[in-house]
Design a binder for this molecule. Structure first.
Ligand code: URA
Length: 234
């Protein structure tokens, strides 16, 4: 008898055969294999629509005082999405999130777990700079959280990282303490879809409280571990 070597593909194929439903095999419709382009085009136009919706927001103190919208930055096809709080002075000037001191620290933190910033997608809870860099109020967080949830559902990340208490409040609700919630995976349902979510400290907070960096590092390692475990391509 000839013994056949089984390689990884054979194992994969036999596993596939076991899970495919026979209706799928005998279906007369052609199998749609290439769906990447329409999905991308669809995301682009949904993002444009969302941006326009935010730009036409009415009775918003944040918008009145800011110089321009800070919508997002990065790769819209990324599996990883980061949500910060809101633009600061530099972000307001350049129209891009996380480009000041907090942004430099964020870039360093990402590099420490082998992620280049331009490979992921970054946005904020509020898209206009709060006057004097104050923290957004709860009613502002609530108002913008609707836009943020739409934003998350368009990007559809495999990993959602909420940085700081404002991002945590926008997605998980108020009355939570970040020191208790950080560093644990949570299943968060947004528009009927489950998102693997983690809360961690905001880089601006770490600049003010460097003694907390050790906890942030624990969280970053947890994120890296999940990326490796699920083989998430970045
Ligand atoms: N802090 C944030 O939360 N977002 C930015 O874009 C910059 C600083």
């Amino acid at each position: 008898m000839i013994k056949k070597d089984i390689n990884q593909n054979d194992i994969l194929n036999s596993e596939l055969l076991n899970i495919i439903d026979y209706n799928y095999i005998f279906d007369e419709n052609p199998i749609k294999r290439i769906i990447t382009k329409p999905v991308l085009e669809n995301s682009k136009s949904r993002l444009e629509t969302l941006k326009k919706k935010i730009q036409t927001i009415e009775n918003c103190n944040l918008k009145k005082n800011a110089s321009k919208i800070v919508f997002a930055d990065g790769n819209i096809e990324s599996s990883i999405m980061i949500v910060g709080e809101g633009p600061g002075q530099k972000e307001d000037e350049l129209g891009k999130p996380f480009v000041g001191d907090a942004g430099s620290l964020l870039n360093k933190m990402l590099r420490a777990i082998n992620i280049e910033r331009d490979k992921i997608y970054i946005t904020n809870v509020v898209n206009y700079r709060p006057p004097n860099n104050r923290k957004p109020e709860s009613k502002e967080i609530n108002k913008y959280s609707e836009f943020l949830k739409e934003h998350i559902s368009i990007i559809d990340p495999k990993i959602l990282i909420l940085m700081g208490s404002t991002a945590m409040e926008a997605i998980l609700g108020s009355n939570k303490r970040i020191s208790k919630e950080r560093g644990q995976w949570k299943d968060v349902i947004i528009k009927q879809k489950n998102y693997k979510t983690i809360v961690t400290f905001h880089p601006a907070y770490l600049l003010r409280k460097p003694e907390q960096k050790k906890f942030s590092w624990e969280d970053l390692k947890i994120i890296r571990k999940e990326i490796d475990k699920k083989n998430i391509s970045i």
